[in-house]
Design a protein around this ligand. Structure first.
Ligand SMILES: [Ca+2]
Ligand SMILES: [Ca+2]
Length: 297
């Protein structure tokens, strides 16, 4: 082969390859970067540390990632490399119950482009204190959460929570809350105006709709606070409004992914999702107060 022709040709070929490849590779890494940006805090029973798929999705706190007994980032939580356990006041966020783990799996099932902050507020969902809810929400904000999932409600109220909820609103951090079933008796639904944080207007309060009837499940708590009901048939997702909330958190992840560089407000996200509503459903205890239905296909 004549080297005087092939050399410039080879160089030209390499140049073309670079011109084509570099933007593709950059775009790929840009997508990877953006796709890992939606931070979801799950305030619940923690996360199963044996579930490697989930553990890979936990957001590491780079400011205090070494277990050395030193609060390196001086946020008062010692060695909070993953999250914090407000129930036991330590950094152990392992889930002994399974509820928090299943919430995380549900969110990932809807959209896996997440980083999770596991915040443990109870071992088995009982005895949750308002003061810990406040600290949990503040912790989620400090770690950069865009979405906070709260699949429980408490009867203890606290005016200190008003300011925290207002902070979430001001910062466009979405708070997703389940309607839940009766507290303390799951068969005796309560008015949501008696439950925290359901009674606030800012959170998205999500209920579970019956699979085959246009009604919210009969043991659901009730009130005008419910923003929507979700219906799903997928047997991989547990029943209960805890998981309706997690589904909605997952849908919000997708919405945030669609607006990676903007301050997406709850009003905008609501108007975008409302195009997917499929009619209205009744509440068993308050038939005059119907809510929009979202069906998970
Ligand atoms: Ca710390
Ligand atoms: Ca440390």
């Amino acid at each position: 082969m004549d080297d005087t022709i092939s050399k410039p040709l080879r160089r030209f070929g390499i140049l073309v390859a670079l011109v084509v490849a570099v933007p593709i590779i950059s775009y790929y890494f840009m997508l990877q970067k953006k796709e890992s940006q939606v931070i979801v805090a799950i305030i619940d029973t923690g996360i199963d540390l044996n579930d490697h798929e989930l553990v890979d999705k936990i957001l590491t706190n780079s400011g205090d990632s070494i277990e050395d007994g030193i609060d390196s980032d001086q946020n008062i939580y010692i060695d909070d490399q993953f999250g914090w356990n407000f129930w036991d006041s330590n950094a152990d966020i392992d889930d002994l119950d399974g509820h928090g783990t299943n919430l995380a799996r549900t969110i990932m099932n809807i959209d896996s482009r997440v980083r999770i902050i596991p915040i443990k507020i109870s071992d088995h969902g009982k005895g949750i204190r308002a003061s810990d809810l406040i600290k949990s929400l503040q912790y989620a904000v400090s770690r950069g959460a865009k979405i906070i999932n709260v699949s429980f409600g408490i009867t203890e109220a606290s005016h200190e929570l008003d300011a925290v909820i207002e902070e979430l609103r001001a910062k466009n951090i979405f708070l997703v809350v389940s309607a839940g079933v009766g507290v303390p008796n799951p068969n005796r639904p309560v008015l949501l105006s008696n439950l925290t944080p359901q009674k606030y207007s800012y959170p998205f309060v999500v209920a579970e709709a019956e699979v085959d009837k246009d009604v919210i499940v009969s043991n659901s708590n009730y009130g005008t606070q419910i923003d929507l009901a979700i219906r799903w048939k997928d047997s991989k997702i547990n029943r209960g409004s805890s998981f309706a909330a997690a589904i909605f958190s997952g849908l919000l992840v997708s919405e945030v992914q669609s607006f990676p560089d903007s301050d997406l407000t709850s009003d905008l996200v609501w108007s975008r999702l409302s195009s997917r509503f499929q009619g209205m459903v009744e509440q068993s205890e308050m038939k005059q107060s119907r809510v929009p239905l979202l069906v998970l296909e």
